[in-house]
Ligand binder design. Structure first.
Ligand code: NAD
Ligand code: UGA
Length: 471
């Protein structure tokens, strides 16, 4: 039987909170620390600060039992065998990761270490951060025999974070000795031996007792690079398909068929080939930049990553120009913006392409009425409180009397719109879809002018194709 491990998780954001809840569900004893007092209070009272499937059930199941929340880092470290660092590593100067939150936490951990601990870097960090953590602990007076530092990068996606954590494609452990890697093996044993999947109430997913999770042990540098390289590769797939989409559109081809055709090659795979507004979120943009920075620091020419970013930035411009082309002028035009989150199934608006596009539309003088099933409150914190920025209670209300409707986030709800009702609500039936949720012919048959990404636009019967995009 798996032995329970006492775990401290520092940071209760998308990664820390999900890890804490999942470790508890796997049978471990977890104390989760955050220095945001309001957040800890909310969590202690049973609140859930982020929108994530399965998270409320897991927290309700373990709160006050196998999971507790605190602001006292020292006490939490003292009572734990493994200390996971899951604080933010945002983009800093020149693209480098800002590691100041990690350093601050490590200095605090150092003050609390009285017996052997395994310090685990779970935050996404550049190569050699592991060595730096070790050095900071030494500089703060912690003897070498009192700790090991292990890299255990996290690969979960927002929106499916709990399922991804408990049913991972792989678990990566970068360790420099057996003692520390052994503790990580024990922590993940319920997933790697499969016992978790047959326990009552286990979150369902791709793994099972017969097909448990795989764990790869490697060096700390390799583990750090696996994380950066994975994100950069996925971002590259998205930029690649977006570049192909722009070409497809120029030659009357269809990017949806092309992506399906490319993805059927098992060497390429179908994932991350959805053309659209380009990638956003709190990770791909900063991680591609940080990985490029790491390469530059070591004198490696990794210009490919610069191109990945360039294509991604261009994709927002391409979409904005589509809106202008479809509407001619934007000043005073009423636009319904469906979606504000950076992707579906999350309330996260960090680096959201939708937010960027709404800001550009507001600057151009359009009146925007936005609706998002989960991200409205977060969006209000980052969008300007302008007179031309409005919010609606549902998508049909957003579309009422609008000159066009824009799809900016790939929520399932937006792929299942009552098109007849939407058509009646709009002032003129124009849809500009940044997520390719509909088929052009289908939209045309419902009386819409429909513009999407990497496909020919379909025009309302009474309209011709515009001869030239306005400058
Ligand atoms: P987040 O911003 O949602 O959460 C970070 C938390 O750390 C916040 O609640 C903050 O208050 C807390 N914190 C900061 N300094 C602290 C301190 N000194 N003591 C205690 N708590 C402190 O961040 P996130 O999205 O969870 O990302 C965390 C890390 O994981 C990043 O490196 C990110 O790149 C990586 N990552 C994120 C995802 C994702 O989908 N969000 C997936 C994989 C990896
Ligand atoms: C991503 C990775 O998928 C995770 O494995 C990783 O752990 C995480 O970053 C991280 O390091 O933080 P996440 O950002 O939550 O996860 O979301 P994704 O589903 O990867 O989407 C990222 C962005 O790419 C979104 O804006 C999404 O709309 C866009 N995307 C995704 C596309 O434009 N096309 C696609 O085919 C897939």
């Amino acid at each position: 039987m798996t032995r329970q491990v006492s775990i401290c998780v520092i940071g209760s954001g998308y990664v820390g909170l999900v890890a804490a809840a999942c470790f508890a569900d796997m049978g471990h004893k977890v104390v989760c620390v955050d220095n945001d007092e309001a957040r800890v209070k909310l969590l202690r009272e049973g609140g859930v600060p982020i929108f994530e499937e399965h998270l409320p059930e897991l927290l309700a199941r373990h709160l006050g039992g196998r999971v507790v929340f605190t602001t006292h880092l020292g006490e939490a470290v003292e009572q734990s065998e493994a200390v996971f660092i899951s604080v933010g590593t945002p983009q800093g100067d020149g693209g480098a990761a800002d590691l100041s939150y990690v350093e601050a936490v490590v200095a605090e951990i150092a003050r609390a270490i009285k017996s052997y601990k395994v310090i685990v870097e779970k935050s996404t960090v550049p190569v050699y951060t592991n060595d730096w953590i070790r050095r900071v602990l030494h500089r703060n007076g912690v003897e070498a025999e009192r700790f090991d530092v292990v890299s255990n990068p996290e690969f979960l996606r927002e929106g499916s974070a709990v399922e991804d954590f408990l049913h991972p494609d792989r678990i990566v452990v970068g360790a420099s000795n057996e003692r520390s890697s052994e503790l990580l093996r024990r922590i993940y044993e319920p997933l790697t031996c499969g016992s978790y999947f047959s326990q009552p109430g286990a979150v369902p997913g791709a793994c099972s007792a017969a097909r448990p999770a795989r764990l790869l042990v490697t060096s700390t540098q390799s583990a750090e690079i696996i994380k950066h390289a994975s994100n950069a590769f996925l971002a590259m797939k998205i930029s690649f398909v977006n570049a192909v989409a722009n070409l497809a559109e120029a030659v009357d081809a269809d990017i949806e068929d092309i992506a399906a055709g490319i993805g059927m090659d098992s060497r390429i795979g179908p994932g991350f080939l959805r053309a659209g507004l380009g990638y956003g979120g709190s990770c791909f943009p900063k991680d591609v930049a940080a990985f490029h920075w790491v390469a530059q620091e070591r004198g490696i020419d990794f210009q490919l990553l610069q191109e990945v970013r360039k294509i991604n930035d261009t994709q927002r411009e391409v979409f904005f120009n589509k809106v202008r082309s479809a509407l001619w002028t934007l000043r005073g035009k009423h636009l319904a913006a469906l979606g504000l989150a950076f992707k579906c199934d999350t309330d996260d608006v960090r680096e959201s392409p939708a937010i960027e596009i709404v800001k550009k539309l507001l600057q151009a003088g359009a009146v925007v009425t936005a609706y998002d099933p989960a991200a409205m409150e977060r969006a209000k914190e980052v969008l300007p409180p302008a007179a031309n920025m409005k919010y609606a209670g549902d998508l049909y209300e957003a579309a009422k009397d609008a000159d066009a409707v824009l799809i900016l986030t790939d929520w399932k709800e937006f792929a299942a719109i009552d098109l007849a009702r939407l058509n009646r609500a709009l002032h003129f039936p124009i849809m500009i879809d940044g997520r390719n949720l509909y088929k052009p012919q289908e939209m045309q048959s419902h009386g819409f002018t429909y513009v999407s990404v990497g496909r020919q636009a379909a025009y309302h019967a009474q309209e011709g194709k515009p001869r030239k995009a306005p400058a």
